[in-house]
Design a protein around this ligand. Structure first.
Ligand code: ATP
Length: 201
């Protein structure tokens, strides 16, 4: 029997982690696409070996880990390299996410992926939950949380799909604009109950 998977997405700083942590309180299994993306290039993996062969061993740090920052710069400047890397990693990431979803033991599981729609993962999940805030709030919260400049956050925002486009793919929406912590927890509780019902039917 396959597990019901809820894809959780939202732009940078929209509140994905905050919301996922609230679902985790109901002992819902959370699969994090960012964690999976790091796992598939851990030392000893086929993918890391392929990257070293393709780009050179100077893309591997002394401790054996991938030099992510170097690779990021490389693919940012070279679209062909980006394509090559995506072709290598996306199927591996997808397989690992599927595996973790299948292994989940809670009544449904959450797949948290910032680029759920951009990477077409939305087509492989049962329902899509979008965390929605306006871009100004995204910039404010992200710069407050990290040491990023407004310019850096705006650049990342520009590389993601627009708020309107993302919302078109939503089956469920959490408005995290003016949500107090209590209101957000209430929204999650209501959704959790809905998801439980869906998972049973
Ligand atoms: P990223 O895409 O960068 O990983 P994210 O979508 O996971 O971000 P969070 O880290 O959950 O977003 O939230 C971004 C910041 O906004 C955090 O500092 C969080 O504490 C804060 N935040 C989340 N929800 C609210 C809210 N309703 N009111 C005020 N601050 C909030």
């Amino acid at each position: 029997m396959s597990q019901m998977v809820i894809g959780l997405t939202g732009g940078i700083g929209s509140g994905k982690t905050t919301v996922a942590n609230l679902f985790a309180k109901y002992e819902i299994d959370i699969i994090d696409a960012d964690v999976v993306a790091r796992k598939v290039v851990e030392p000893g993996t086929i993918a890391l070996k392929a990257i070293a062969e393709h780009f050179g061993t100077d893309f591997i740090l002394e401790d054996g880990n991938l030099d992510r920052s170097k690779l990021r710069h490389q693919v940012f400047a070279n679209p062909n390299d980006k394509q090559w890397l995506n072709n290598l990693l996306h199927p591996l990431i997808r397989d690992e996410m599927n595996l973790q979803c299948q292994q989940a033991t809670s009544p449904y599981c959450l797949l948290v992926a910032p680029l759920l729609i951009e990477n077409g993962i939305n087509k492989t999940v049962d329902k899509v939950l979008v965390i929605d805030v306006n871009p100004e709030t995204q910039v404010n919260r992200t710069t407050k949380r990290d040491n990023n400049t407004t310019e850096q956050v705006e650049k990342i925002l520009a590389a993601q799909i627009s708020r309107e486009e993302r919302l078109k793919h939503a089956d469920f929406i959490i408005d995290n604009e003016s949500s107090s912590a209590i209101k957000l927890a209430e929204s999650v509780e209501i959704l959790h109950r809905q998801f439980l019902k869906l998972a049973i039917n």
